[in-house]
Design a protein around this ligand. Structure first.
Ligand SMILES: [Ca+2]
Ligand SMILES: [Ca+2]
Ligand SMILES: [Ca+2]
Length: 207
């Protein structure tokens, strides 16, 4: 239950008579808010969710100020309550893991892959920063460079490793919330046979 705002109403009748005494109540039937009949303090009755699936970005509530006169006179007012986002979702990678074959003779500077994650929060809470790190051998990471905003990964130096070698890495996606939330995923880069072999003569037999 969080306070939202205090409603004020003025009644020109004398406040020492029932006709000048104000009682606040809620007209809306959705039951998402409550109001203190005397002070006019409006407060929440539930936890809202801006994100999927509820998408409660703005919630309307209609309140009523009635006097105690007979008959009672009243006035109604509708308030739009804007729901602010909290960082309750971590980024989610578009794959459970990445397994990328890269030819052994791939030139440095070639884009070899892109990691991608999405976050259903808003603003900084959904702004993702990517990082890549070696799981097995720290020096492995020197073969790669990446853009921490787009998740694009390039080869940073020639793959001077035998065919069949595997770089065991991990990618992380961290959002900009306070506190932030982070997800990680396995990335393995497999060194494959070169695509471009030089032509080789077949054995020629002279008779
Ligand atoms: Ca009145
Ligand atoms: Ca988030
Ligand atoms: Ca959220």
């Amino acid at each position: 239950m969080s306070p939202v705002l205090q409603l004020k109403a003025i009644d020109q009748d004398n406040s020492s008579t029932p006709a000048g005494q104000i009682v606040f109540s809620i007209v809306s039937t959705h039951n998402k808010f409550q109001i203190d009949p005397k002070t006019g303090w409006l407060s929440t009755n539930k936890v809202f969710n801006r994100d999927e699936p509820d998408r409660e970005k703005e919630v309307h509530v209609t309140v009523k100020a009635s006097d105690r006169g007979r008959p009672s006179l009243e006035s109604v007012c509708t308030i739009a309550v804007r729901i602010e986002d909290i960082n309750d979702n971590a980024p989610i990678f578009d794959r459970a893991g990445y397994e990328i074959p890269v030819a052994q003779d791939t030139p440095e500077g070639t884009q070899i892959m892109r990691v991608s994650a999405t976050d259903i929060d808003e603003g900084d809470n959904q702004k993702i920063t990517y990082d890549l790190m070696a799981r097995a051998y720290e020096a492995d990471i020197e073969y790669f460079r990446w853009d921490d905003k787009t998740g694009v990964v390039w080869l940073n130096k020639k793959l001077d490793k035998p065919v069949g070698s595997v770089f065991v890495l991990k990618a992380t996606a961290k959002d900009g919330g306070l506190p932030s939330k982070t997800s990680e995923v396995d990335v393995s880069i497999d060194v494959k046979e070169s695509n471009n072999k030089p032509p080789i003569f077949r054995q020629v037999i002279h008779i």
